[in-house]
Write a protein that binds this ligand. Structure first.
Ligand code: PLP
Length: 426
């Protein structure tokens, strides 16, 4: 079997995501036969460095032996059971662990099966909480310019990347968008902190004006990833948490891309010392193995739904694969690696080494052959994970025109952009 054989078969039956299929007339899709560590291999024996961690999902390498073993065991025991009226030990254990490691106050886990679905859950839960509290007028969401939250209709509505949104505008709910705190836009000599504080004014004005209509503010904490890796200072999150409390508005933190170590802490919200009302997680949750997502929320929000069935205040939302045992087992194995290998601390040491010894041989060496656990010294996180936040490493170093725009370039080429940028940053 060669690449050419598979490309031919692929193009006769598949429709690829986020792709103008005509581009594949000149840029062949790459058929991957296997993955090991950071490497992918095609059917002609050519190897590729997966520098974008397969859309930022993979944390500890392809075909990781520890996650493989956990999945084998789970598959022999229980592959799936519905989560309405039934439960299983793996989802209970995962929920206990997530409650323990996420910011304080997040005590309830609701599962879905991809990032966009988690956003839909958080939006609906926020609206429904206000409804159950007798506030039906709260129907709108505030989003940041340049944000990205996924492709389903609700998630698309609260995102702000025009390329994805424009076509579907007639189908989308009305949202309020405020200026992005993206520190790339700051004035010469202005600090990240000062620019983030200054850009918060727009948010404050908006919340003061529309608080009675607003359910929640939704943000990607610290890094707007699909919007070209735009970063801002944690002070913005502190101001936002305080303003949401003052104006009676929920805060939804979408850590689907930045969670699980990508910004140097396990969760980006930790850097601001805040807890959101809803925390959305996916991607790295299963180490890049299986589609699973979760929304964590507080017991006080949970209590707003806890009532006699006949009052119809329950959250009647579900997906067939909610809390799938295989996904949950992959997530537990991923959390074990974080804990047993002290991944976050090791990653910090590595970042310090890179900052202080930029020309040390170890830092100049090309990508290592990571074929066992797929990570070394905490390395292995995808794009922002290996970057020290708050520094000048990325946004100031790169001219704007070289920044990647997901899907603005032809399929495949866009991944090369991401890979090149990752190399540039590393
Ligand atoms: C911040 C953020 N939220 C939500 C999503 C959507 O996740 P999914 O692609 O699993 O639907 C993404 C995907 O890139 C993302 O980066």
């Amino acid at each position: 079997m060669s690449n050419a054989d598979l490309v031919k078969r692929d193009l006769s039956v598949l429709w690829h995501p986020c792709t103008q299929m005509k581009d594949h007339e000149w840029l062949p899709v790459i058929p991957v036969r296997s993955g090991k560590g950071v490497w992918l291999e095609d059917f002609d024996g050519k190897r590729y460095l997966d520098a974008i961690s397969s859309w930022w999902v993979n944390l500890f390498g392809h075909s990781n032996p520890r996650i493989n073993a956990a999945l084998r065991e789970q598959a022999e025991t229980l592959e799936h059971v519905l989560l309405a009226g039934f439960t299983h030990e793996t989802v209970i254990e995962l929920s206990e662990r997530l409650v323990e490691i996420t910011p304080p106050g997040l005590e309830r886990c609701f599962y879905a099966d991809n990032g966009s679905s988690a956003i839909e859950v958080a939006l609906k839960m926020s609206f429904h909480t206000w409804l159950n509290q007798g506030r039906p007028g709260k129907t709108r969401f505030v989003t940041l310019e340049n944000s990205y939250h996924g492709e389903t209709l609700g998630a698309l509505a609260v995102g702000n990347v025009e390329l994805y949104k424009q076509t579907y505008k007639p189908l989308l709910m009305d949202t309020i968008s405020v200026a992005s705190p993206d520190c790339y836009q700051r004035e010469p000599g202005e600090s990240w902190h000062d620019y983030s504080v200054r850009s918060f004014e727009d948010m404050e004005t908006t919340l003061a004006r529309y608080a009675d209509e607003i359910c929640a503010v939704i943000i990607e904490p610290l890094v707007q990833c699909a919007g070209s890796m735009r970063m801002y200072d944690p002070v913005y999150l502190r101001l936002l948490r305080e303003a949401c409390d003052r104006h009676g508005v929920h805060l939804i933190a979408d850590e689907i891309a930045v969670g699980f170590g990508r910004t140097g802490t396990l969760f980006a919200c930790e850097q601001a010392g805040i807890s959101p009302d809803f925390l959305c997680l996916s991607k790295g949750l299963t180490g890049g193995y299986l589609p699973l997502s979760v929304v964590l929320t507080t017991n006080s929000i949970y209590d707003c739904f806890y009532d006699d069935y006949r009052n119809l205040s329950a959250f009647l939302h579900s997906h067939s694969y909610t809390g799938n045992p295989l996904g949950c087992r992959a997530a537990l194995a991923t959390l074990d690696i974080f804990r047993d290998d002290n991944v976050i601390e090791a990653g910090r040491c590595h970042a310090r080494c890179k900052r202080t010894l930029p020309r040390a041989p170890a830092c100049r060496r090309g990508p290592p052959d990571r074929d066992d656990t797929g990570h070394r010294d905490g390395e292995g996180a995808a794009l922002p994970g290996t970057l020290p936040l708050g520094g000048e490493a990325w946004p100031q170093g790169l001219p704007a025109r070289t920044r990647p725009r997901r899907a603005a370039a032809p399929a495949g080429q866009r991944d090369l952009f991401h890979a090149a940028l990752c190399h540039h940053a590393g």
